[in-house]
Design a protein around this ligand. Structure first.
Ligand SMILES: [Zn+2]
Length: 197
């Protein structure tokens, strides 16, 4: 099942970001998020309080069935597997793979700080949970379905909210390596024996 913790949908609404409240480890210094204004920070005292408390310490904690251990959705109260109504939050590996991805084009001055399109990924975690997440870093290109991602945290005001990050891969070209013409050779180019004459 998918839990929407991204600001994509009804966005930045409390529901969307409700999943990520940190609890306030953060200093009083406001750290500007690249995507949303701090006004949209979720309430860290509701049902998702355990998630935000862990996030404030840099950990991803998610709900499991207290009886059978099944991964539960963020606000799920009753287990699909055994009907137990005991929820246990515990840290999970902050890694998974992209199940689906959407590129959001959204202009909402005053709430949305991003001025360009940004990807929102439905990530299937190794723990079996699914989270819909915006990138931790601005300018993150849309990952491909199946791409491995790690889970990090954005700061919405003083609240840490999970986001996805794409590990750098050695086979990826850096932008500055794609335009060698901008880097003039230090020595005059010698005629290449392979060049047609
Ligand atoms: Zn269960």
């Amino acid at each position: 099942m998918t839990a929407d913790v991204s600001p994509s949908a009804e966005a930045a609404s409390r529901t969307a970001d409700a999943s990520l409240r940190g609890g306030g480890i953060v200093t009083s210094t406001l750290t500007a998020d690249w995507l949303l204004t701090a006004d949209l920070a979720p309430d860290t005292t509701d049902v998702l309080a355990p998630l935000y408390a862990a996030a404030a310490e840099g950990m991803l904690s998610l709900p499991h069935c207290g009886a059978c251990g099944l991964a539960l959705e963020l606000e799920q109260r009753v287990c699909d597997g055994c009907d137990a109504a005991t929820v246990v939050w515990r840290p999970v590996e902050p890694a998974g793979a992209v199940h689906s991805v959407t590129v959001v084009h959204r202009r909402e001055p005053g709430l949305v700080l991003a001025e360009g399109p940004y990807p929102v990924a439905d990530v299937e975690l190794a723990s079996g949970h699914r989270l819909v997440l915006a990138p931790v870093e601005p300018g993150t290109p849309a990952p491909a379905i199946g791409d491995p991602v790690s889970i990090g945290f954005r700061r919405l005001g003083d609240v840490a909210v999970p986001g996805f990050a794409v590990p750098s891969r050695p086979d990826q070209h850096r932008p500055d390596q794609r335009r060698p013409d901008q880097h003039r050779p230090e020595r005059p180019a010698r005629p290449s024996p392979e060049a047609p004459s």
